[in-house]
Design a binder for this molecule. Structure first.
Ligand SMILES: [Zn+2]
Length: 398
């Protein structure tokens, strides 16, 4: 509850700026729950960390809307901390809900290459003549902030990148929708510039509007099931208590209501509620499993996206940093910029044939005489490089 005290002096700013805005502008949405559930049932827990390339489109009209890179870096850190459950305020999750809370094996990174393979820092800045952009009233018409020809900024292939637009938004603090609701090129998240990063604009000034919206984008519904006080709706998640309606501010724990009348009550500290940012600190394990299943069903393009691979590291290194010459039954490998830590030789099936310590030499020879003729892969590990190694094809002849 320490955070609430921190925000009190800022109440005036909030009420002056965005008191009329709904926290989340999501419309009634379709989610193919059966499909997600089917994937969920068959899910195995062994996949690698999911890397999601993110591109921020800052669509600005006045200078104040053109927020600084540091706010974007902050927002990205908040996304990573909250989704991985590495946020500092996990200690505020009531002990009754600690066991149900969970983190995802996910990393959001700023895109390093554009869809056409150019280098980028993942932050686009587009000046617009539009003073503001309205939250959508329909999913079936183009969403202006996401369209260059409507004074917005075209998405990058939404199957490979998570697009987040930052603008002067009216009607809500932020919005998104599960995949399959917006027109395909409009998939992504939109957020008001005053609620991106740590702006301390109460009650949504700690960057959790975007966390909430990515939750929707990963197929989560609001935790109260959007049934306006009835107890008949569902969020499809087994470990979130049935909740009558959204929460506001920061309720005192335990909060019980018409749908869950006994302690520990409802999970108002869940990111998919409307409590203030300083009050929300968890996804449930059920939500985490559901989001993973959603990604493996509808966002499968992320699994093979190279959006976070810097342009030309391997290619450039191969061309500029290493020279390989085959002569007299030997491969001579020379590093131009640094020294070699190890050489490895693989056949075309990826089986390692030979390895040799580089002994930090600038130049090294590895024998290839006696190897079966054909294509080999030489992998050169250089000192001081963070990537695995430079790989080059070499044709071994008799
Ligand atoms: Zn929402």
């Amino acid at each position: 509850m320490k955070h609430r005290f921190l925000f009190l002096p800022l109440l005036g700013i909030y009420f002056a700026s965005s008191a009329q805005q709904a926290p989340c502008g999501i419309l009634p949405q379709a989610i193919d729950h059966a499909k997600i559930d089917q994937q969920l049932q068959g899910a195995s827990k062994s996949q690698a960390t999911l890397v999601v390339p993110v591109v921020f489109h800052i669509v600005w009209n006045t200078a104040v809307q053109n927020i600084h890179d540091s706010m974007i870096f902050q927002q990205l850190a908040i996304m990573n901390n909250d989704f991985q459950r590495k946020n500092a305020d996990t200690v505020n999750t009531p002990s009754a809900f600690q066991a149900a809370s969970g983190g995802m094996d996910i990393v959001f990174c700023l895109a390093q290459r554009t869809p056409s393979g150019q280098a980028t820092n993942g932050i686009l800045r587009v000046q617009t003549s539009n003073a503001s952009f309205a939250s959508p009233t329909s999913y079936s018409v183009p969403d202006p902030v996401k369209r260059t020809n409507m004074n917005g900024s075209d998405s990058w292939d939404p199957t490979k990148y998570l697009n987040i637009w930052i603008c002067n938004l009216t009607g809500s603090t932020a919005y998104s929708a599960p995949p399959g609701n917006f027109m395909p090129q409009d998939d992504g998240v939109v957020c008001h510039y005053m609620h991106t990063g740590k702006t301390y604009n109460y009650p949504y000034g700690l960057g959790r509007s975007i966390v909430h919206e990515i939750g929707h984008f990963f197929c989560l519904k609001h935790i109260w099931g959007d049934d306006s006080g009835a107890c008949t709706g569902t969020d499809w998640i087994g470990d979130t208590p049935n909740q009558a309606n959204f929460s506001t501010n920061c309720p005192t724990f335990p909060k019980t209501d018409a749908c869950t009348g006994t302690s520990p009550g409802v999970m108002f500290m869940n990111y998919m509620d409307y409590s203030e940012d300083g009050c929300r600190n968890m996804f449930s394990k059920g939500q985490v499993a559901y989001m993973n299943s959603c990604i493996n069903t509808f966002h499968t393009g992320y699994l093979s996206s190279n959006g976070c691979v810097p342009v030309g590291i391997a290619e450039k290194a191969a061309a500029d940093e290493v020279e390989i010459v085959a002569q007299n039954g030997m491969l001579k490998v020379s590093a131009k910029q640094t020294v070699i830590s190890e050489l490895r030789l693989y056949n075309s099936l990826g089986q390692m044939l030979r390895a040799q310590n580089g002994n930090a030499a600038k130049s090294l020879e590895i024998p290839v005489r006696g190897l079966p003729p054909g294509v080999c892969i030489v992998e050169v590990l250089l000192e001081g490089n963070s990537f695995t190694g430079i790989r080059k094809k070499v044709l071994i002849t008799e």
